[in-house]
Design a protein around this ligand. Sequence first.
Ligand code: XMP
Length: 550
Amino acid sequence: MTATQREGATQREGASQREGASQREAVVILDFGSQYSQLIARRVRELEVYCELIPYNAPLEQITRLNPLGYILSGGPASVYETGAPHLPDFILTTKKPVLGICYGMQLLTYHLGGQVNPSSEREYGPAEIELLDPSHVPLFSDAEITTSKLAAWMSHGDRITRLPSGFRALAQSKNSPYAAIGNPERGLYGLQFHPEVTHTPQGKALLRAFLYQVCGCHGGWTPGNFIAESIAQIQAQVGQGKVVCGLSGGVDSSVVAALLHRAIGDQLTCIFVNNGLMRQNEPAQVAQTFEKEMHARLAAIDATEDFLSALAGVTDPEAKRKIIGEKFVRIFEAEARKLGQVDFLAQGTLYPDVIESATPPLTPPASGGGAREGLAAKIKTHHNVGGLPDDMHFELVEPLRYLFKDEARAVGEALGLPKEIVWRHPFPGPGLAVRLLGEITWERLETLRAADAIFIEELWAADWYHRTSQAFAVLLPVQTVGVMGDYRTYGNVIAIRAVTTDDFMTADWARLPEELLARISNRIVNEVSGVNRVVYDISSKPPATIEWE
Ligand code: XMP
């Protein structure tokens, strides 16, 4: 991203974030690069408290606009005493608000408040038993679910605290950590050496609940119903009497956005469905049908297949594909909008993981070996509805789901009364089959991929496995392999099939599909899809792979 692009993106985000700012109660999680940072955010939201995960070095205004009731400092891969290690922002030391430091977050707090942190000879990783000390006098341990002083906890740290800052005391210990939990309860400052956000710490959620409700004084109520009411008010405030176009793909995110906007602004909204030629078998007709049946907003359906395919001809680089597609979409929306008169806003179903995973990497690379996830998540791929938009786009963005995780967007969809077939549909990426067709995009290759994908999905439904996977699809590889069919040598295409299970799409495991089902899928694909002589099953988890292949 160039400086101008970054500025453009920031302005657009600024616009939607400004509108997103509200008086709702919130907690801020400062991200120091832990692989579990998003998990902390999810847990807090599950506890019905709104939170945002913000890089530790973000501008202060990004934090103060939320007027947080408390702060959680995430873990991270660095060591506090290393040069260039992510530092604790000054305001944390002077804030009168409660702070909970987790792992690296606790070490940072200790270090900056005058305590001492040292490397330990061995990394402590895995399950541990911790013993709470005098729990009845510690608000952090006051949740009703904490009924015993011995808790199972998940540790993952190399450094350890060797001297506490003044005013702090040990609140829990383990065999290897005399300071498994520390605190200055009078000031609402706490540190946990273990990770309360992971399921391997069974009472972790109870500890977080106590921090949010007993220590920070949160009241809760972050629920889909409240979210809908708040979003409607925000959308109305942002849009006023203006007109909005909404790119509709037929998936859950854009459908939820369309339904929410329609509730908020009625016929000021026009949905635009673009058939870009990169959709799955029969999908354009299905989307139009479902929209007509279930939604009541205006719809403009456009067939732009030729336009997209000619722009993508000869392009093989995945990021280039995304940029081209993102730009094309916007140009088509602009052209359609011109037909509607003055339209100032484009609504889209950007989700929080899209925002996090499309983040621009820190300008200065971490010196501390913090790796890809220091402070800001490293850019993994440009999800086209976030980073792939042209700079000179003529719309201001309306992105009501920008701070929601997928399961939260689904809960909102259900609360809005959308049918299950939309809410529980597997996600489909904005750039469509372009990122599942590795190499060059041609109509013939698209048709091969569509046919294989349709067989795969049909068999998943037939075996009652569709809803036991979170996302499933076929990928056409850019290689040819030798096969034998009848008595003849073939040199044909390879289809990879991918099925994953995940809650949040940030991490995922490959689905353990039954062998007979895999055999049937493979058999049908090589027999029914001409030009394919090999099928492989992708058994990679995310990380280290991503869900899509590009
Ligand atoms: P990855 O491949 O990053 O995918 O593990 C995580 C989830 O995001 C979807 N995805 C996209 N969605 N535009 C989108 O709207 C994109 O460019 C894009 N890339 C991936 C993916 O299908 C999965 O659900």
